[in-house]
Design a protein around this ligand. Structure first.
Ligand SMILES: [Fe+2]
Ligand SMILES: [Fe+2]
Length: 287
């Protein structure tokens, strides 16, 4: 990992640290975040709360029905989704459905990159028989959520990061560290904190570029790390720079795939992406 080569402005650090949630999130997102902290909340109550926001409900249902293998068309209500997928998965989907426009406003193609990583994470998780593969898919969906904050809240700073990416061979993470002294993984950690995510979601967000540092969710983190790289290699969406990073040796060993198995996985990812690729994600909600 490269070190920051310039001393970051203290002011920039302060401004980023003040962002304790994403900008312009609908109030319902905060509400369900509060609700799931309470033990007693029911799937029905969560369903009703999200259901008040029609546009969000439509996006969440569409995402659930197409991004999660085997659920195609079966999930007709948010309550249903909570029962089938659990609170954490639904919270993650609500969060990403709420920011998907912000994602593309900041980095065009980041939404496809995130969706592709979610699908690839699910394929890999199922190949390994990891329990709750949907949770791993959501971790993939959210892994780069930290990339949304800087372009939206600090466009001048993001412009500097873009300049570096365009004129050097640095990755987006390296460019972010050069300008800010930290990268989107750290911002993702603050957001995951804010949302009280469990380690199965937080660690893949924080360590997807450094999977060997994961402690409690090592397999899930290694899966999202590999999924992110495979999606970049496929050229699906845009992760913020044109490079395909190397697969971390430790993560690769942990997953234990043969080259033949990897080929099979890449093939399945291609098939599943083909099935959702036809959807126009920007046109899915009534105005
Ligand atoms: Fe990343
Ligand atoms: Fe990524």
């Amino acid at each position: 990992m490269s070190r920051a080569t310039t001393e970051p402005s203290k002011e920039i650090q302060k401004r980023i640290r003040r962002i304790r949630g994403l900008p312009t999130l609908p109030p319902v997102v905060q509400k369900i975040s509060e609700m799931v902290k309470s033990e007693k909340v029911s799937a029905e109550k969560i369903g009703k709360t999200i259901g008040q926001d029609y546009a969000l409900t439509a996006k969440v249902l569409r995402l659930v029905n197409s991004a999660f293998y085997g659920l195609g068309g079966r999930v007709s209500s948010i309550t249903n989704a909570v029962v089938l997928l659990g609170f954490n998965v639904v919270r993650g989907v609500v969060l990403s459905a709420s920011v998907f426009e912000l994602m593309d406003r900041g980095i065009v193609g980041l939404w496809e990159h995130s969706l592709g990583t979610a699908i690839a994470s699910g394929v890999i998780a199922r190949a390994l028989y990891v329990p709750e593969p949907e949770e791993v898919s959501v971790a993939g969906l959210l892994h780069d959520i930290g990339k949304v904050v800087v372009p939206v809240k600090m466009p001048e700073t993001y412009h500097k990061i873009r300049e570096i990416i365009e004129h050097t061979t640095l990755s987006i993470g390296e460019a972010e560290r050069q300008v800010l002294a930290f990268d989107h993984s750290r911002i993702g950690m603050w957001l995951a904190d804010e949302w009280n995510f469990p380690p199965n979601l937080t660690e893949p967000i924080v360590y997807h570029h450094t999977p060997a540092l994961a402690k409690e969710a090592r397999v899930q983190t290694a899966i999202v790390h590999l999924a992110d790289i495979l999606i970049r290699a496929k050229g699906f969406g845009f992760g913020g720079d044109p490079w395909v990073p190397e697969i971390d040796q430790e993560a690769w060993n942990l997953l234990g795939f043969s080259i033949k198995e990897l080929e099979e996985i890449v093939f399945r990812i291609g098939e599943e992406i083909f099935n959702v690729d036809g959807l126009d994600w920007r046109d899915d909600t009534p105005a």
